[in-house]
Design a protein around this ligand. Structure first.
Ligand code: DGT
Ligand code: CA
Ligand code: CA
Ligand code: ZN
Length: 561
């Protein structure tokens, strides 16, 4: 979309809502302005640069300000506010691509449809095609928009989208117009699942960056395209919102679009008390609207009287208070984990040999790994019995002799049996360097049974940590019935760790439980639970959870050594 078309379409939308609200006079003004812009032969951006916007007939001070906002930021405050003022049903229908205020209002008033589900039903029953101005084609388009909308409602595992984010960032960096680039939103906060990706690009050539974005290889469909704002679907229906910003406003946009919304709301109220206005464009003086800061996040946080806050903490869970009082945690760094304390090989259900896992761990930058294959109860995973475990131990000895500056620990992921005993006797466990004790059966135990089962494993002298302590599988399986607080208290008392399992659909403990564990004095072990060499990368996901759980260097077992 050219700038002229983008500006005109927003002006038209404003006009449309004003009509619905019976503000005929302003509506006409916006409509005429939109028509003017559409019929211009010159680029509206040029006219703006020449300072002659208001020379265009029908464009006064206020509409010209709106146009400047659209050109600079791809959106309009007036439009956003007008949308907010519409009935809820109309607002919901407008979430659909291709449904503007006028059509949404028509559905609400003529068909008494007040939400997307009702619209879907009506379209499926062929009730839309008979409306004046519609037809089969438009009805089919509506169904497509609804399908897209529903796909947008599904969330993606953080771990599953890392490769596509890398690919996207690399692609964008291939354009010399790209000055800075980052995926903001929940991705930057490292939430366990993300709804969509919010790509921010600081650019010294907006048009070039925008073209680069929509010509990205993994795009499945372009939903909208404008100089400062575009939306696309990647394969698998992952939505990417791209915003292209001038370098001097990058920090403000990064702060705003990193969120979370709750964090931003709280930050704004603090700004108000200090006489500031904070939005995606910058920090402004409330009195005279003068820009105070926008280039970096640090400036903004500092002017608000606080330390810069790491994105993983921005959930309004006390981080703003901590930043104001200069007592933010010194979060564990992504490079501070020296070993992987949970991974599998082809001795059980992994795909690779011990040596191949060592190679992968070394190239990741680790100093040690604990081989923790499954124990014999888990027959489905080809779990080890005493005999094979001892053979594996001998192979590990051989490998260690060949390695310098790297160590392979002898470990096991030992099943906790129904009665709370472990799958191996103490005489076997005592010779191991690291014992992960995990539940892999009897998920339906009641709370008391499950809690006692895990606590009795904690009381085994040879257990180092409890693997994936709650058993949840994201979007698939709820945690076991468990009194997690009691488990944490026992772990703290017995000096047994609890694991943060980095496997993308586990991330168990989760962020909130991790923080609770720390508060109760538990040490955490981070393990990738890798079943293949490349999966050692999942350690990063575990570290993200640790950071979201406010952990510092000393809270994590495998920062040491
Ligand atoms: P997601 O995509 O559902 O995983 O979660 P987010 O946090 O990425 O949310 P998203 O994509 O809707 O918006 C990105 C960020 O933009 C969000 O974290 C904060 C900011 N933001 C978006 N809409 C609003 C809003 O209405 N008010 C405020 N204060 N911030 C917003
Ligand atoms: Ca997002
Ligand atoms: Ca978004
Ligand atoms: Zn396991």
């Amino acid at each position: 979309m050219s700038s002229n078309a983008e500006v005109a379409s927003i002006l038209y939308e404003i006009a449309e809502i004003l009509t619905i609200k019976n503000d005929r006079f302003r509506s006409r003004a916006y409509q005429q302005a939109a028509q003017r812009i559409t019929s211009l032969t010159e680029d509206v951006k040029k006219i703006r640069e020449n300072g002659t916007l208001e020379d265009i007939p029908g464009i006064g001070k206020s509409i010209s300000a709106t146009i400047i906002e659209i050109l600079d930021y791809g959106q309009s405050t007036i439009l956003e506010e007008l949308k907010e003022s519409l009935p809820k049903g109309v607002q919901e229908l407008m979430e659909l691509e291709g449904i503007g205020p006028r059509i949404a209002m028509k559905f609400v008033t003529e068909l008494k449809i007040v939400n997307i589900d009702q619209l879907e039903q009506a379209a499926k029953e062929g009730k839309i095609r008979d409306l004046r101005g519609f037809g089969e084609k438009k009805e089919a388009n509506i169904l497509q928009s609804i399908k897209d909308y529903k796909n947008r409602q599904t969330r993606f595992l953080l771990g599953s989208i890392l490769p596509v984010v890398d690919e996207m960032v690399l692609w964008m960096k291939g354009s010399s117009s790209v000055n800075k680039i980052e995926v903001a939103g929940s991705f930057r906060r490292k939430k366990e699942t993300v709804g969509d990706l919010d790509l921010l690009v600081a650019s010294n050539n907006v048009d070039e960056s925008s073209e680069r974005f929509i010509s990205m290889p993994p795009i499945e469909r372009i939903v909208s395209h404008g100089p400062t704002r575009s939306t696309v679907y990647l394969k698998g229906h992952l939505q990417v919102d791209c915003r292209i910003i001038k370098p001097e406003a990058y920090g403000a946009a990064l702060q705003y679009f990193t969120g979370s919304k709750e964090h931003n709301v709280k930050l704004r109220t603090i700004g108000v008390k200090l006489g500031y206005k904070l939005n995606e464009y910058g920090l402004f003086n409330r009195e005279n609207d003068e820009l105070v800061a926008s280039e970096t996040e640090e400036e903004i946080y500092n002017l608000l009287g606080m330390d810069w806050i790491p994105p993983e903490l921005r959930e309004n869970r006390g981080e703003i208070e901590a930043a104001l009082e200069r007592r933010l945690p010194h979060l564990i760094g992504y490079n501070e984990v020296k070993g992987d304390l949970h991974l599998h090989t082809n001795w059980s259900d992994g795909t690779a040999s011990i040596f191949e896992m060592v190679e992968a761990a070394k190239s990741y930058g680790l100093k040690y790994i604990a081989i923790c294959d499954h124990s014999k109860s888990l027959a489905i995973a080809h779990g080890l019995d005493e005999d094979r475990l001892s053979k594996q131990g001998k192979e590990i000895d051989k490998i260690n002799k060949k390695l310098d500056d790297f160590k392979v620990l002898k470990g096991i992921e030992c099943d906790i049996k129904a009665d709370g005993n472990l799958d191996f006797p103490k005489s076997v466990l005592k010779d191991l360097d690291f014992v992960v004790a995990s539940i892999h059966s009897g998920f339906k135990n009641d709370e008391k049974t499950m809690t006692e089962r895990i606590i009795s494993a904690i009381h085994n002298d040879h257990v180092s940590t409890i693997g994936h302590p709650t058993g949840r599988i994201i979007q698939k399986r709820s945690p076991y019935q468990l009194n997690l607080e009691k488990v944490m208290e026992a772990a703290a008392q017995q000096k047994v760790g609890l694991e943060i399992n980095g496997f993308p659909d586990r991330l168990d403990l989760d962020d909130i439980s991790t923080r609770k564990a720390k508060e109760l004095g538990v040490k955490l072990s981070i393990g990738s639970d890798a079943h293949a060499p490349s999966q050692i990368n999942f350690l990063k996901l575990g570290i993200s959870v640790a950071r979201r759980g406010w952990l510092e260097y000393n809270d994590v077992i495998n920062t040491k050594f």
